[in-house]
Design a protein around this ligand. Structure first.
Ligand code: SF4
Length: 694
């Protein structure tokens, strides 16, 4: 039985990209429970984070006042010092004046390229949109980014380049219409439990389920085939499947000739990907590769779902393209039960990219450097847009470390723990002339700030929209008031712009949505009024009479033809492998979320944490004479950490697994800042390490 509440408010879950609808019970202006509401993605279901992850909003540790670093206190970890010893409280008026004057000073001295901004994808579309408009129009910089660079930007880039839109093609529930499902690079049971429930249902109904992952996952219990692939070899597996499908004549000739280009060049590039080669490189037996290829090509419709095990590699864009090529080859695009489904990690990472918070990309994926696009935006926004393409977040951190970026404005991102090479991030933040951090809690990143701004929780204390992993914009409603002087993110940007002499013309969140609909054709038919009336809608929504777009490319491709992309595989670096014999995979666990700033406040979730451990195969432990629970040193080319070893049969020999949830184990210290050359995404899923006993 639910404890009686004063009121119940329905909104959208603040955690993963599934976009589950939640009802919160409120008593005395505090959230006292959460339960599933009926939404198109969740049908009343919630996972453990959705049910028990709300305590953060009531936490006494919330930031409630703007804070200014006291004179002479060096930047860096508080190391147990009370916040008020390092920062003093201020009014909004004072703090915004200080930030505006510092921005003017840096602009005068170095120009707009010396300022960058990193925005949170846990914020609303409206706030993220306001942020990019503020940074571009009020400051004049295009160096703006959000968390996609650290996770799914390779998916967005490859999908947009080859098909037209950087987003999932089909709705989540459509997996129930698939006859074959490939889940690759995803521990969906832990990261997207509600979507995993649909996949299990589909498998129980008779769909062929194939799991491709370097470590064993619970979902594999429902699978016909589990391919424990060697880390970093996905391109080889999927290219070999494609070659075999072509050799057997199982490809969709009509779809290819009618809708695609680049087929012949791509086919020629597949010569090296023989079944023997694929078996040797990936560790997957060739008979299994043949059977999986047959199911995918002939037992249609077939869907491919993936998470960050595909994207967080130096060759993440190649990995995603190998999946897209396979879907085009077999005509598994633009149809019910088919398609390509990147599963987004943060509740609004899809929206963050859609509303233009990325260098060179204006809202609705419109290119900043297209003269007609620029003219239209400059007319509507009444500002001069930056004349240079800015930098991605990983590049901004590196430029700050090298003294080229002088100011960063970081909103709701704990960069010290979420970016690669944590030591280099700390060095970068220390060197900045000015760092503004806006968040709901004091984080390790905020400890380096000159100014800390208290934010309202986007999911529970603001009104706006989130876009889930199936492109669906859904409302998030104000459930309780923000604590103290905390303000919605968009309010801060609007006020700061005013201080800098630019009126953004945005009075509230609803006004911002109108602005978005004016400038981005994919949102033209959207408004808060419509979403209140009709529920969530999937973009593109080109007009008020459009019901949104359930399945992309059902009527063809926006550029006329989809493109095959030639991909290559670089091979293993045998020298590095000899020096660092283990492949470390950094991922997530069910009861935690990212750097745990929110989930660590839940007494329920704390009970089931796995803790700061590194999982290791028992045979490797025997070979290294390591006991279960022993603390060892992990070393990589980037750094070293101490970690407690946990024996685990779910990881194969030569592979280690840990998470980035725990401050006691700063796993990203080990990840070198080796980035995908196109999207600048780090390789969190294949860091070479060695182990030393301590
Ligand atoms: Fe929230 Fe994702 Fe869990 Fe749904 S599956 S309740 S959106 S964390």
């Amino acid at each position: 039985d639910w404890v009686p509440a004063d009121k119940v408010v329905e909104t959208t879950c603040p955690y993963c990209g599934t976009g589950c609808q939640v009802e919160y019970g409120i008593k005395d202006d505090k959230v006292i429970w959460a339960r599933g509401a009926y939404g198109p993605a969740n049908e009343g279901k919630l996972c453990i984070k959705g049910k028990f992850g709300y305590h953060y909003v009531n936490s006494p540790e919330r930031l409630t006042k703007p804070l200014i670093r006291r004179t002479g206190i060096p930047k860096g970890p508080l190391n147990g010092r009370p916040i008020h010893e390092v920062f003093r409280e201020a009014t909004w008026e004072e703090v915004l004046d200080i930030i505006a004057s510092k921005i003017r000073e840096i602009l005068d001295k170095y120009g707009p390229a010396a300022i960058g901004g990193i925005m949170s994808d846990r914020s609303t579309n409206e706030s993220i949109y306001a942020f990019q408009k503020f940074m571009r129009c009020a400051i004049g910089t295009d160096s703006i980014d959000q968390s996609a660079t650290l996770c799914h930007e390779p998916s967005a880039w490859s999908l947009a380049t080859q098909l037209g839109y950087g987003a999932a093609t089909n709705p989540i529930r459509d997996v129930l219409n698939s006859r074959t499902i490939i889940v690759v690079g995803s521990n969906m049971n832990e990261t997207h439990p509600v979507i995993a429930a649909y996949v299990k249902r589909a498998a129980k109904q008779g769909a062929h389920l194939i799991i491709v992952n370097p470590i064993h996952t619970e979902l594999a219990r429902y699978a016909e085939y589990e391919l424990l692939i060697r880390p970093g070899t996905d391109v080889v597996l999927f290219s070999a499947m494609a070659k075999y499908i072509i050799d057997m004549g199982w490809y969709d000739k009509e779809f290819i000739s009618r809708y695609t280009e680049g087929f012949e060049d791509w086919v020629r590039s597949l010569d090296a990907f023989t079944l023997d080669f694929a078996e040797e490189v990936t560790g997957v037996p060739k008979d299994v590769i043949k059977e999986v290829a047959r199911l995918y090509a002939l037992e249609k419709p077939s869907m491919i779902m993936w998470t960050l095990g595909i994207t967080e590699h130096e060759n993440g864009t190649e990995n995603v393209s190998a999946l897209i090529n396979l879907a085009l080859l077999t005509g598994n695009v633009g149809k019910p039960g088919a398609g390509l489904m990147p599963l987004r990690g943060q509740n609004n990472v899809q929206g963050g990219a859609d509303v233009g918070c990325a260098p060179g990309r204006l809202p609705g994926y419109q290119p900043l450097m297209d003269s007609e696009v620029r003219r239209r935006f400059e007319e509507v926004w009444r500002c001069k847009l930056p004349s240079f393409i800015g930098f991605r977040s990983t590049e901004m951190i590196d430029m700050a470390r090298r003294g080229l970026i002088k100011m960063l404005y970081i909103v709701g991102e704990n960069s010290i723990r979420s970016h690669p090479d944590s030591k280099a991030v700390a060095e970068a933040l220390s060197k900045l002339e000015f760092l503004v951090v806006q968040d709901i809690f004091m984080t390790e990143t905020a400890e380096y700030a000159d100014v800390v701004l208290p934010a309202a929780s986007a999911a529970l204390e603001d009104y706006g929209t989130f876009t889930n992993t199936e492109r669906r914009l859904q409302l998030t409603r104000k459930v309780v008031d923000p604590p103290g002087d905390a303000k919605p993110d968009w309010w801060v940007f609007v006020e700061l712009a005013r201080k800098l002499g630019y009126d953004m013309g945005l009075r509230d969140s609803t006004d911002i949505m109108r602005d978005m609909a004016r400038v981005a054709p994919v949102f033209s038919g959207l408004s808060h009024e419509r979403l209140e009336r009709e529920g969530g809608l999937q973009w593109p929504v080109p007009s008020e009479s459009s019901p949104g777009t359930l399945i992309l490319y059902a009527d063809g491709f926006p550029r006329g033809r989809a493109r095959f992309r030639v991909v290559s595989w670089r091979g293993f670096d045998v020298v590095v492998e000899r020096l660092y014999p283990y492949s470390l995979i950094i991922g997530r666990e069910r009861a935690q979320y990212h750097t745990a700033t929110m989930t660590s406040r839940s007494p329920v979730l704390r009970v089931i944490w796995r803790g700061p451990v590194v999982e290791m195969n028992p045979e490797d432990m025997r070979a290294e004479s390591i006991k279960d629970g022993e603390v060892v040193k992990l070393l990589s080319p980037a750094g070293e950490v101490l970690a407690r070893v946990k024996a685990s049969t779910r990881v194969p020999r030569g592979v280690l697994f840990t998470t980035f949830h725990y401050p006691e184990l700063l796993a990203n210290t080990l990840v070198p800042a080796v980035l995908n050359p196109i999207t600048k995404t780090p390789a969190y899923k294949d860091t070479r390490v060695r182990i030393e006993k301590v």
